[in-house]
Design a protein around this ligand. Structure first.
Ligand code: BGO
Length: 274
């Protein structure tokens, strides 16, 4: 059976370039069911083992919220189709913005490999990213790539295959405050076995965010929803904000700390045409 790997990332992070470089002529383009968003799948073979890989190129998104068609297509694929690994492309020259999506992808219960793309541009800018540190922080492999120049691509695919086979991932630690973590735990209890154990954290966070699509999909018993609402109300009162903003703000604070620990800026500015 072919190994299923998804490519996920922000718009303009280089996904199309990487997908084309990896799959060449072995591509199939269609639409995602029921929507006019393009679906691209391609095949390649592992250079190491010869195993067949099917790569799905997900629409470029900034978040896994329920607000755009692209976001819904991407998250539904990840949560319901469950690829065996995700290659999360991060534009290394825009790392702060790109990591917002990364913090969400890491919660989904699927092994992740981060492709730190545009590594050629990063080198030109003089900025330095400590790949080992990022990998320690996120608990997953991080590979520098240049989809344009073709560097790091074989490595990132082989790492994704390894990750898929091991089928291990770590929930990221330190993103949320104690109060939010507490609420997540209580909501996970309320969810019970309505979802797979691997996906509990993802669903609990979405329920805390009052994500209408997830609330509709899960259709939890009234008692479970009451327990969720108790946590939402408690957190909103304690932190004097709505839960969606609390969660977003804590993600950004966390990303700030990741940048402090893993990125050294040179101060030079470059564009993709440099
Ligand atoms: C243009 N390095 C560099 N330097 N550029 C890259 C890399 C990389 O690793 N990866 C991608 N790009 P998409 P999404 C362009 O199209 O794959 C470039 O949205 C231009 N076009 O070549 O489309 C890539 O699928 C004119 O750049 O991203 C592309 O994720 C001038 O990043 C852009 C300069 O890549 C987006 C760049 C007419």
């Amino acid at each position: 059976m072919a190994i299923k790997i998804a490519l996920a990332g922000n718009p303009n992070c280089g996904k199309t370039t990487m997908f084309n470089a990896l799959t060449g002529a072995n591509q199939y383009v269609g639409n995602w069911p029921g929507v006019t968003v393009e679906k691209k799948e391609g095949k390649l073979k592992s250079a190491k083992s010869g195993e067949e890989i099917i790569i799905t190129d997900l629409p470029g998104v900034y978040s896994l919220s329920p607000y755009t068609l692209e976001e819904v297509v991407s998250r539904d694929y990840l949560v319901h189709e469950k690829p065996q690994a995700i290659i999360n492309l991060v534009d290394a020259t825009n790392i702060e913005r790109n990591l917002y999506l990364t913090t969400q992808i890491l919660e989904i219960g699927i092994p992740v490999v981060i492709a730190l793309n545009m590594a050629d541009l990063l080198a030109k800018s003089g900025d330095k990213i400590d790949v080992k540190k990022l990998s320690e922080i996120f608990g997953c492999e991080v590979v520098e790539t240049s989809a344009l120049k073709g560097t790091g691509l074989k490595e990132v695919v082989e790492k994704a295959i390894e990750a898929a086979k091991k089928n291990e991932w770590k929930n990221p630690v330190g993103i949320f405050s104690g109060s939010v973590e507490n609420a997540i735990e209580k909501v996970e209890e309320a969810v019970g076995d309505a979802v797979d154990a691997d996906q509990k954290r993802w669903f609990a966070i979405k329920l805390l965010e009052k994500d209408s699509k997830v609330i509709e999909q899960l259709h939890l018993p009234a008692s479970a929803m009451a327990a969720v609402n108790t946590e939402v109300t408690r957190l909103e009162k304690e932190m004097d904000d709505d839960t969606e903003s609390i969660i977003t703000d804590e993600r950004y604070t966390y990303i700030g700390s990741v940048i402090d620990r893993a990125v050294k800026k040179s101060g030079k500015k470059l564009s993709t045409s440099d």
